[in-house]
Design a protein around this ligand. Structure first.
Ligand code: FES
Length: 572
């Protein structure tokens, strides 16, 4: 293998440069480390400031053992890590930066393959975007969900129950003291959020895409089987090089098809749409927003997890995990899509068992018969908008209501609880200025809080429309990712309070019921457009100048596609 290894371009030969590359790396490595043994990076998002990934150094150690055991040289490579609950103004602003930084470091360094360690929401997407653009053999180890915490004897789903409890406080049915008491019960162990939020979704979808050792995704972070799987993944990374199995080999249209079926069957996060589109964009895979609607149509929701259902991620694992879910929909999966092992995904699904049929439903007894994400279009969203029917109230899926418009998050916060706000249960709450460019970074605010006075009347859901995103742990009748966003002149920017908005999910419509000639006179003024973000410098400047809209994954225009792993010049 020696002469074919990419790392041999650094370490092979007898010249001064090869001497320098080898000498500085020796530091205890075995004497034959530079004679034909593959060098494998462990792209590690462990960080104390990404609490969901804080345990990944232990996972990295298990990967390291596996790589050594199979003859490789493991190399820890800390990469940009994003703590969803910690970074301001929103982790999504930094997803593309993390992907770009990781891509460049994978390309710049003398490595032959990479093991990707992620967990918290943006970490697996950014790692996969990077690996796809460099196209070195790559395999993911999802860090796994945390164990279920309980408060007063009842399980707490992190994220989802924060929304629920905070609404109860605002509605007066829970005291502030009890709300604070629940805080220390919420996060019980290492690992990422245990609801079917974005982290759980992306870990499971990474396996559905074929980039994870089959059966590993969804293993709870504290479970020793995660380390066993990490060890096996380290060994597999060496095999990937021998087989020349790369992201471009695995991540085909067929594997994205499988990810979309999985997304519907697990009731996964709407955030997966922008992440899958961005990953596909890095590979030149022709994936569109409409594929989510078409491929997801008719796929049943089988996983009874919060926010759509009742249970949490460790329940899913004990009930049989992702493979038991996919075993129920094996006929909907593309049999051609292979995994990192070289075998098709479906090969692992023939003898799966469900151990708790309330957590993982049989195909014949789904929670919802048709759980795909719906793509809406109309004069309010010519580029498309999303709604997750599984998280919405059935009675609101066909609705006509009067718009109550907020121009920004700050505007919404300032007025939402105003007793004088002219709003009722049938109103449609509109929040704009929250798209990729407008905020900037497309924050998770589309599930805006309901007006206090309506909460006090017992209202628990309303139609909401926004050009931002929604946390995967959230729920409600929320139309999100409205494209084009208001900040680039999208029609959302000219909606006025009092306009009638029509939502009809069955016919995939989102319309502003205002005469064309009136709309034509309402073009957003320059003053309005100037009100959107216009950062002076740094990443935010680069981001605002180059970010694309949600319908293609909100990647930067110059990061779409890949550059491969070649670096033409020596280190100087
Ligand atoms: Fe990290 Fe939810 S905050 S996964």
């Amino acid at each position: 293998m020696a002469q074919d290894l990419r790392s041999a371009e650094w370490y092979g030969g007898t010249d001064r440069n090869a001497y320098i590359h080898r000498a500085w790396m020796r530091r205890g490595l075995p004497a034959d480390a530079f004679s034909g043994r593959p060098h494998i990076a462990i792209a590690n998002t462990a960080s104390d400031l990404t609490p969901c990934n804080a345990h990944l150094n232990e996972v990295a150690a298990a990967v390291r053992d596996g790589i050594f055991e199979a003859g490789g040289i493991p190399l820890n490579l800390p990469v940009v890590s994003l703590g969803e609950t910690q970074v301001r103004p929103t982790a999504m602003l930094w997803r593309n930066m993390a992907a770009m930084a990781t891509e460049e470091m994978l390309r710049a360094n003398p490595i032959d393959a990479v093991v990707l360690l992620g967990g918290c929401d943006k970490t697996i997407p950014s790692l996969l975007m990077a690996a796809a653009s460099v196209d070195l053999p790559a395999v993911v180890v999802p860090g796994g969900p945390m164990l279920t915490g309980t408060f007063r004897g009842a399980p707490l789903g992190c994220g989802t129950d924060v929304w629920r409890l905070s609404e109860e406080v605002r509605g007066g049915s829970l005291s502030q003291d009890d709300f604070h008491r629940s805080e220390s019960s919420m996060i019980r162990s290492r690992g990422h959020c245990n609801t079917m939020g974005t982290a759980s979704t992306m870990g499971l979808l990474a396996e559905a895409l074929g980039t994870v050792l089959p059966g590993l995704a969804g293993t709870p972070a504290p479970d020793s089987r995660l380390l066993e799987g990490a060890h096996a993944t380290g060994r597999l990374a060496v095999e990937l090089i021998e087989a020349d199995r790369r992201p471009s080999t695995i991540l085909t249209k067929a594997s994205f098809h499988n990810a979309i079926v999985t997304l519907a069957a697990i009731g996964g996060s709407t955030n997966a749409v922008v992440h899958l589109l961005a990953i596909a964009g890095r590979l030149g895979v022709d994936l569109t927003l409409d594929d989510f609607d078409v491929i997801g149509a008719g796929v049943p929701l089988l996983v009874n997890l919060q926010p759509a259902g009742r249970y949490l991620m460790d329940d899913l694992y004990r009930a049989g995990g992702l493979q038991a879910v996919l075993g129920q929909v094996i006929d909907l999966l593309d049999p051609e899509a292979i995994t990192v092992t070289g075998k098709p995904l479906v090969d692992y699904l023939h003898d799966t068992q469900i151990w708790d049929a309330d957590v993982i439903r049989l195909r014949s007894e789904p929670l919802i018969a048709d759980a795909g994400i719906a793509v809406l279009r109309g004069n309010l969203a010519p580029g498309g908008a999303l709604i997750k029917p599984a998280a919405a109230s059935p009675h609101l899926l066909q609705h006509r209501g009067r718009a109550v418009v907020f121009d920004s998050i700050e505007d919404m916060r300032a007025r939402i609880d105003d007793p004088e706000l002219d709003v009722d249960a049938d109103s449609v709450l509109v929040l704009r200025g929250c798209g990729p460019k407008g905020y900037p970074g497309m924050p998770e605010v589309a599930n805006m809080p309901l007006p206090r006075k309506l909460l006090e009347q017992g209202v628990r859901d309303m139609v909401r429309v926004c050009d931002g995103r929604m946390s995967g742990t959230a729920y409600g009748t929320v139309v999100l990712h409205v494209t084009p966003e208001a900040a680039v002149g999208g029609p959302l920017g000219i909606v006025q309070t009092g306009d009638i908005i029509i939502l009809d999910v069955a016919s995939r419509r989102l319309e502003l019921d205002v005469a064309e000639d009136i709309l034509a006179m309402r073009a957003p003024t320059q003053a309005t457009m100037d009100g959107y973000a216009n950062p002076a410098r740094g990443w935010e400047r680069l981001y605002v100048d180059h970010v694309q809209q949600a319908d293609t994954g909100a990647d930067l225009d110059f990061l779409v596609g890949g550059s491969g792993s070649a670096v033409s010049r020596e280190s100087h």
